[in-house]
Write a protein that binds this ligand. Sequence first.
Ligand code: NAD
Length: 368
Amino acid sequence: MITEILTADQLKKEAPVFGQLSFNDHEQVVFCQDKDTGLKAIIGVHNTVLGPALGGTRMYDYKTEWDALNDVLRLSRGMTYKSAITGLNLGGGKAVIIGDPKKLKTPELMKRFGKFVHTLGGKYYTAEDVGMETSDMDTVREVTPYVTGISESKGGAGNPSPVTAYGVYMGMKATAKYTYGKDDLAGKRIIVQGIGHVGEELVRLASEEGAKVIISDINEERLEAVSTKYGAEIYRGNDLYSEVADIYAPCALGATINDETINKLQVKIVAGAANNQLANENIHGALLQEKGIVYAPDFLINAGGIINVYAEIAGYGRDQIMTKTENIYNTTLEILAKAEETNVSTHVAALTIAEERIATRKKETLGE
Ligand code: NAD
């Protein structure tokens, strides 16, 4: 039996499966291996109370299998809350494939992975994530219908990134309204860290509204291109986290709000696309609240992508996708007000609302 006295290392040793720190009431975790193609994958099904678990597949050259397991457990749990808070009838799941996509990814490997997805009989639907392309989902579609994010020509909803960016923009505007009394971004100094698929579109939306956008990326070519296109300022300093601005939008990696960065932040708002922005959600959400920085929960405002792929299952079209994504504005205002009212961090307020929705549905199902 696991007691609270065990340290993290002991937990891993004595309870290597359910004792994983990120194991958080997950319903099912599936380990998949195929020697012929070199496939090593883990599918995490966190919760299916609201519907089938939907979440992308990430292919990444993880340092260790522990890292891959930890990632899939954290990401799949995040998907449960993302769909619940967005009002979608979806559960939370995610998959990881271990290995460098540039070296290991082949159509055979993707098909083998698709067959594993198929064995779950629709309990888990996959989609693309880091290291995956729409064409990979098309390959998976050859062996299972339980996949979204396929090409538009094959009946898919198309690229989710612009929709994600629009949702982040809506969440950002709502947070500005809460913080400054109006949602106008004109004149606001906004740092966008990571100007990839989502970040670039966010730069476009904010610049067109008259914001002063500062961009940062490890890809110099992209920096020059995006700066020229939208007139954004390239950050040339050596400590982005200390930069004075109104809004910090993390759109590259997760865990950028951590012990090291949190005391440097000189912004009023954190609102961006990256998943799992808080390195430790129990600590850093509350610390942001203490510092008076308004945090728009990542899983709430980056839900545009999941709204987009859900359209493929629910059968709704572009107008409904955009209306649902626009509604992130209202949900964000609701969460910020609830956090203030109950004096909890915005992250906790959002989690609580998501959990309430799942609990209500569970009760209804039991009563059926
Ligand atoms: P992307 O790979 O297209 O872009 C990421 C960008 O970040 C790249 O330009 C990369 O060079 C840059 N980058 C990497 N490390 C960096 C660093 N240390 N500092 C600055 N820049 C760095 O990814 P994306 O699709 O734009 O997604 C961005 C984030 O949003 C990711 O965390 C992703 O998980 C999350 N997200 C994306 C979607 C979507 O629809 N694409 C949906 C939900 C969440």
